[in-house]
Write a protein that binds this ligand. Sequence first.
Ligand SMILES: [Zn+2]
Length: 249
Amino acid sequence: MKVIINPGHSTTSPGVMGPTGLYEHDAVFALSQVLKAALEERKIEAEILVQPGGNEKWALSHLMQRVNARQHEVDVFLSLHCAFSKDRAAYGTRIHYLEGAEESRLLAENLFKHFPKTPWAGIFPSQEFVLQQARCPAVLIEVEHLSNPEAEMLMRHEAWLQKTAERLVAGLFDFIGPQDIRLIIDGKEIFAEPVPQVVYGDIMVPVRVIADALGARVEWDGDARILRIFTRRALRPAEPSEEGKETEG
Ligand SMILES: [Zn+2]
């Protein structure tokens, strides 16, 4: 399991600004760091990717190329932003997913379960560029309304960052399934590294761990990208009695 966290905007183009001067990029960058630590504490790999400075469209394409270059290792892409409303009273979390992308909608639902329901909060189908480009389940989360003075004040505080990161982690775990999986083979507990995990409903265990426990041999041909597994049956020379049975039967 790997999560890419993208704090929206950049230091040179920091997004919207709150009533007392907090920039969107600074707020979501701080949250990204707390979220990364919270995920890693639970043995989930996380990486923070920031778009480069310069032309917005070029910068976002560049960002998504980097995300998609890791497509085999990445399970979830989270782009963190702030909402901004003319209505200064507006508060709450808005989660956007690509319209028609079922996995991403499920991710949005699982995340939103953990956030307060306010009149402005919710999950929304979207055509955002980064969501269109992502090749894994992806959401753009407006974590709070930076236009709201109270929300802006909250976002400066460590407690809010921790709480919001916890909500996101809880939603991610709901999406990917419980990860505290123990592997027991023939009554003996086996410790695997990386640890077994549920990915889209399937339990993933490193093949070498299973093969070792079952006495099979694993060969990985990296050039041809072929994984060969020889079971005990294949490793043992053919037994005459087995041959005999076949001709009789
Ligand atoms: Zn933004």
